[in-house]
Design a protein around this ligand. Structure first.
Ligand code: ACO
Length: 399
């Protein structure tokens, strides 16, 4: 690899790289991906082992602090996060200013920006204690904000967190519980959500993480950087793809056009239609997360007693695409978003909450990268070059 900034200084040459296809913006010790082999590791640990054996908070610790926590460290981390789940009562009123039709991702990013206004004296990026506190506050409060965005959209009352529950169970209760009766934990639901959250925790320099780092490189605090990351995740080419996949499957089903006809339209690039949940900038092989999600889909739907024809439709679509030269030549495989939506739907989440779930999962990765960036003495403000292609000097008429 080449240190382009030195080369640029020495030669005056600028590399034009739309989409940063070949430009590394940083060194990082957090996540390793081999896109050709379909390998993903967090801090050296294979994603398959973590998804099988770990918990969301344990993996969050691993990403943020670099090692697996001891039982005591994990217990203390969990305890501290439970203590930070409450939102300021005024912030709860913030939700009533937004229309109930608001997309929960817009609500989420706005509320995280608003959250920072409550902690202006304790969010200094250069103060390690503030960074630690902000880490805990974000991890504890993002799921609560997300659940309130959901409740708001369906016109139901917000619940206070129940801090006797685990991270995942607390979140499920805040979404699906109500004031009238106790919430019953469904272990199938908890296990499935824990696994999906782990699979989303980090993915090195994806668009939202790069956004978090870029905003953070200006000296902005972790709330502002995270809010920016949520907005970057919202787009359908990134985290918004999980919502787009379900919409696509539902449209194929409702239109009755058939999977093969739809695939033909994708190949013809008719109206720019894409096979959502397929393709990846880095993976030119099966996304290892998609493999695990696919394995979970049958198990979770069976465990929840849900029979959704959209799962069969998704499998048929995958099968046809993987046998087709268009997808083979371009090395397009299902990505993490292809099967997650079917599971989230079976759990009872509305389609518009899917990307919010991705954001909760991705938060530890954003935090880990922001902190790594913040500690790196080599990091400079992110400031890409451009190649100017506009007009040369011209003069205002009459001058
Ligand atoms: N359906 C149909 N064709 C596709 C798809 C797709 N999903 N993805 C890529 N292609 C085609 C492109 O049209 C292009 O074809 P061409 O050579 O004839 O012009 C070729 O494959 C290469 O694609 P690029 O757009 O250059 O690939 P890039 O790395 O820029 O894009 C991306 C990656 C954005 C993920 C793309 O594959 C895509 O739009 N996929 C659908 C959206 C999606 O699922 N996003 C989630 C990604 S995972 C994540 O963010 C969590």
């Amino acid at each position: 690899s080449l240190d382009v900034s030195t080369l640029t200084r020495q030669t005056g040459l600028t590399a034009l790289d739309y989409g940063f296809v070949n430009t590394a913006s940083t060194k990082s010790a957090i996540t390793y991906i081999d896109g050709n082999e379909g390998i993903l590791r967090y801090r050296g640990y294979p994603i398959e082992e973590l998804a099988q054996n770990s918990t969301f908070l344990e993996v969050a610790w691993l990403l943020i602090y670099g090692e697996l926590p001891t039982a005591d460290q994990l217990g203390e981390f969990d305890e501290k996060i439970r203590r930070h789940t409450l939102l300021h009562e005024d912030l709860k009123r913030f939700f009533s200013a937004l229309p109930h039709t608001a997309h929960p991702m817009s609500v989420l990013s706005s509320a995280v920006s608003a959250l920072s206004t409550y902690y202006e004296g304790s969010s200094d990026p250069n103060n390690p204690e503030d960074v630690e506190l902000t880490t805990l506050r974000l991890l504890a409060k993002l799921p609560v904000i997300a659940a309130y965005a959901h409740k708001k959209s369906i016109g139901q009352a917000f619940l206070y967190p129940d801090n006797s529950l685990s991270f995942v169970d607390n979140f499920l209760r805040l979404n699906f519980g109500n004031m009238a009766e106790p919430y019953e934990i469904d272990p199938v639901l908890s296990k499935a959500l824990e696994r999906l959250l782990i699979l989303h925790e980090d993915h090195e320099q994806n668009a939202s993480t790069s956004t978090v780092r870029l905003v953070g490189s200006t000296g902005a605090n972790l709330y502002a950087s995270t809010s920016a990351g949520i907005n970057a995740l919202y787009g359908p080419l990134h985290g918004g793809a999980n919502e787009a996949v379900l919409d696509m499957l539902a449209r194929i089903q409702e239109s009755g056009e058939g999977v093969r006809r739809f695939v033909e339209r994708v190949k013809a690039k008719e109206d720019g239609v894409k096979l959502m949940g397929f393709g990846h900038r880095v993976y030119k092989n099966y996304d290892p997360r998609a493999k695990l999600v696919k394995e979970s889909a049958d198990e979770v739907l069976a465990g929840l007693g849900v029979n959704d024809p959209l799962l069969n439709l998704a499998k048929e679509l995958e099968q046809i695409a993987l046998e087709d030269d268009y997808f083979r030549e371009r090395r397009l495989y299902p990505n993490v978003d292809f099967y997650t939506g079917v599971i989230y739907k079976a759990m009872g989440f509305p389609t518009r909450m899917f990307t919010v779930l991705f954001a909760i999962g991705r938060l530890p990765g954003w935090i880990a990268h922001w902190r790594e960036m913040n500690q790196d003495p080599q990091v400079k403000i992110g400031r890409p070059q451009q190649l100017y292609v506009g007009s040369g000097l011209r003069h205002y008429p009459g001058d």
